[in-house]
Design a protein around this ligand. Structure first.
Ligand SMILES: NC(=O)c1ccc[n+]([C@@H]2O[C@H](COP(=O)([O-])OP(=O)(O)OC[C@H]3O[C@@H](n4cnc5c(N)ncnc54)[C@H](O)[C@@H]3O)[C@@H](O)[C@H]2O)c1
Length: 340
């Protein structure tokens, strides 16, 4: 047990903050939520009663001025990540910020350098690294079961249509970016982690929901660092439960990961391997797989602060994912392949 509990301030009390909050609540023996901030005071009032002695703030500057706070967890709209994370690091707080790290890569670079200079932990809540199916995939790839990797296809999709149509919400509004920034950072992070990154990209974007100001569908083609082809589809207009599907094909076999399939992970060794091999230890749980990965990411960050070790998600890899998105945005604008 830690000598002193890590004291956490939550900044942003919207939808994803509930998963983060659950992570801290499960770790009551080593951390405690001592401060909450949101511009919507109703959110503060709804939740503050759960934390004895916790303070509520309508402005993040006031939360950051609270010397009782050791770390902040930032779950506000993307465009505010940079400003709030920078202010927090300057106040000497460890920072866990939701993805994308920032909306411009120069801002992400600045935050990484600032955290380094201040000797503070700074990581991005990239839950991808805590998804059981991807951890199993990493093991299988390391064992070389699939041979040399030749082709990778990913799909990350769900529906945000009701949020895009709501004029009071930020989703689908131009300053915040579209689905490519919002979702494909997860896939580019995965590509960096499992395959070393991407070499080039060709992007296409479309907007199907008239009320939206930015793309709600993206198709990205390109090559991974080892020369393998990849195809990445991302959408927030699919009227299905949120899905992440990854197909990896190599010289010896192929593996399919699909959070809406049961079993979730299966690999096949050759065209005659009709039955394939089910990868055990990956529960079929379309409702909770993502939530559980977020709880694990929060746990890892708190333990990194306590143990004074790097968090599992290196913020440089989250920055890499953002740089890949910027290459895609450039490709869409120039209508040509862009090399990273
Ligand atoms: N890792 C994932 O899979 C995942 C999933 C969903 C969202 N996210 C990320 O989490 C972030 C938040 O998304 P969300 O869906 O929870 O959004 P949301 O709109 O539901 O919540 C955002 C909250 O921030 C508050 N807020 C806005 N400006 C603020 C300010 N200046 N100070 C304090 N609070 C402020 C809003 O009032 C709101 O309560 C986004 O960056 C998003 O990309 C990540």
């Amino acid at each position: 047990m830690a000598e002193k509990k890590v004291r956490v301030g939550l900044i942003g009390l919207g939808s994803i903050s509930y998963a983060h909050e659950a992570g801290y609540s499960e770790m009551g023996e080593v951390c405690e939520i001592v401060a909450l901030c949101d511009i919507n005071e109703e959110e503060i009032n709804n939740r503050i009663g759960m934390y004895e002695g916790a303070k509520g703030y309508a402005h993040y500057h006031d939360l950051l001025a609270n010397s009782q706070v050791d770390m902040v967890d930032i779950t506000v709209p993307h465009v505010l990540h940079y400003e709030i994370a920078k202010a927090a690091l300057n106040q000497g707080k460890h920072v866990l910020v939701e993805k994308p790290i920032t909306v411009k890569s120069e801002q992400g670079e600045e935050l990484i350098a600032l955290a380094e200079q201040k000797g503070l932990k700074f990581s991005v809540a990239e839950n991808t690294h805590f998804v059981t199916a991807y951890l199993k995939a990493e093991e299988i790839l390391k064992q070389g079961i699939l041979g040399d990797i030749w082709t990778v296809r990913t799909l990350i999709a769900g529906s945000e249509v009701y949020r895009i149509k709501d004029p009071n919400l930020w989703h689908g509004k131009a300053p915040f970016g579209g689905v490519i920034l919002d979702s494909s950072v997860h896939n580019f992070y995965l590509f960096k982690w499992l395959f070393g990154g991407v070499r080039d990209v060709l992007g296409f974007a479309s907007k199907l929901v008239p009320e939206g100001e930015v793309e709600d569908n993206g198709l990205i083609l390109g090559h991974l660092s080892n020369g393998a082809e990849f195809q990445l589809n991302t959408s927030c207009t699919f009227e299905i439960p949120w899905i992440e599907r990854v197909e990896i094909y190599g010289s010896k076999g192929g593996m399919i990961i699909d959070q809406l399939a049961n079993p979730v992970v299966k690999y096949y060794l050759g065209s005659g391997d009709i039955d394939g091999t089910v990868v055990e230890g990956v529960p079929f749980d379309p409702m909770a797989w993502k939530f559980n990965s977020m709880i694990a990411e929060v746990r890892d960050f708190v333990m990194a602060v306590i143990e004074d070790r790097p968090p599992r998600v290196d913020s440089a890899d989250a920055l890499y994912a953002l740089k890949a998105v910027e290459a895609v945005e450039k490709s869409i604008k120039l209508k040509r392949v862009v090399t990273l």
